[in-house]
Design a protein around this ligand. Structure first.
Ligand code: NAP
Ligand code: ZN
Length: 348
């Protein structure tokens, strides 16, 4: 077994604190990665604080992992020692259900194994990227083609990047399409960048007027302050697709009214409490849809990483030492981060 330092939550109310855990020795199909950077996703906070009522403690969050391969098993063909590699939200799935066969492991009908807090149906807990090393089977490890100097800015692609790329592709964001992105946080800022790179006309909806200039620089053609009834009214019936990343319950009707006939709003934000009920007439009169979307499959995650490398898309990050994590969580709750915290694991 490989001993490694980590940071863990021990209860829903306590602060994260230093912790020690063991990784398995790499088996034939395994890749061992020295973690160099790990992004801080709002899901880490929801999970550490038990907001989704499924947390097993101690909990070591972190699923935006990038680092260097330090060991590989005999059967590993795609990675060698020294390669840059990434790990996202999943480290395993059943591999034989319909979804797995279609490359949608995130919808594995037997439940995928999360990088942390993993075994949904029992079994040993899994520990995530707020640690120095991780051992993962090759088929769940991603290739990183970005320049090594940009590695901290690549980490958030492993969750925020794929969680926005997958629905934007699924619902056809591209030239001639008007796409709304709701919330300019970790997911939202990647959504703006990726939708813009795909060629869509991007309208950013934010509650924070101070983020307007950034929104435009990131690729939004229009920034709409969602607390302004006039600005919202100007967007009515305009949008083909809306990607809603907001991490708190809010009025969905305000956004449904902005969709064209047959438009879809996909929810990726996963607040602890339900949204207030929405008015069915906003759906039936224009055949609009509310949908959901969960991260993306491994093949699509690799496609997204390659797309971002080709288009020089990186996350905008604040790099922090691990002992800043509890402060970072408090700032994230106030939407006070531009636009993703990333932990420099050398600080652990
Ligand atoms: P984040 O960085 O905290 O960003 C969330 C943004 O939502 C904030 O920056 C803010 O943007 C907006 N917001 C927050 N509270 C709001 C409120 N009360 N009303 C309106 N807007 C509000 O979080 P994140 O890491 O991007 O994650 C967002 C959500 O997605 C979380 O719930 C997370 O668990 C979930 N998630 C889902 C998936 C998936 O696969 N579906 C994957 C990863 C994360 P403005 O300041 O611009 O208004
Ligand atoms: Zn995440």
């Amino acid at each position: 077994m490989i001993k490694t330092k980590a940071y863990a939550a021990h209860s829903s109310t306590g602060a994260l604190a230093p912790f020690e855990l063991h990784r398995r020795n790499p088996g034939a199909e395994d890749v061992q990665i020295e973690i160099l950077y790990c992004g801080v996703c709002h899901s880490d906070l929801h999970t550490a604080r038990g907001e989704w009522h499924n947390t097993q403690y101690p909990c070591v969050p972190g699923h935006e992992i990038v680092g260097r391969v330090v060991a590989v098993g005999d059967g590993v063909r795609g990675f060698k020692v020294g390669d840059l590699a990434g790990v996202g939200c999943m480290i395993d799935s059943c591999g034989h259900c319909h979804s797995c066969h279609e490359g949608d492991e995130q919808y594995c009908e037997n439940g995928f194994t999360g990088t942390y807090n993993g075994p949904v149906f029992g079994g040993e807990n899994t520990f995530g990227g707020y640690s120095r090393t991780i051992v993962v089977k090759e088929s769940f490890v991603l290739h990183v083609r970005h320049d090594e100097k940009d590695l901290a800015r690549v980490a958030p692609l492993l969750c925020a990047g794929i969680t926005t790329y997958s629905p934007l592709r699924h619902w056809g964001a591209g030239p001639g399409r008007k796409v709304g992105i709701v919330g300019l946080g970790g997911l939202g800022h990647m959504g703006v960048k990726i939708a813009h790179a795909l060629g869509a006309h991007v309208v950013l909806f934010t509650t924070s007027p101070g983020k307007s200039d950034d929104g435009k620089q990131l690729g939004a053609a229009v920034v709409c302050i969602s607390t302004s009834p006039e600005q919202m009214a100007a967007q009515a019936n305009q949008l083909d697709f809306i990607l809603n990343t907001v991490a708190a319950p809010h009025d969905l009707d305000a956004y449904l009214q902005l969709l064209k006939r047959d438009g879809t709003m996909a929810l990726v934000g996963a607040p602890a409490e339900p949204h207030p009920p929405s008015n069915v007439f906003n759906l039936i009169f224009k055949r609009r849809r509310i949908a959901g979307s969960l991260i993306g499959g491994i093949k699509e995650t690799q496609e997204m990483l390659d797309f971002c490398a080709d288009h020089q898309i990186l996350s905008d990050v604040e790099t922090i030492p691990i002992d800043y994590i509890n402060t970072a969580y408090e700032r994230m709750l106030k939407s006070d981060v531009k636009y993703r915290f990333v932990i420099d694991m050398a600080s652990l």
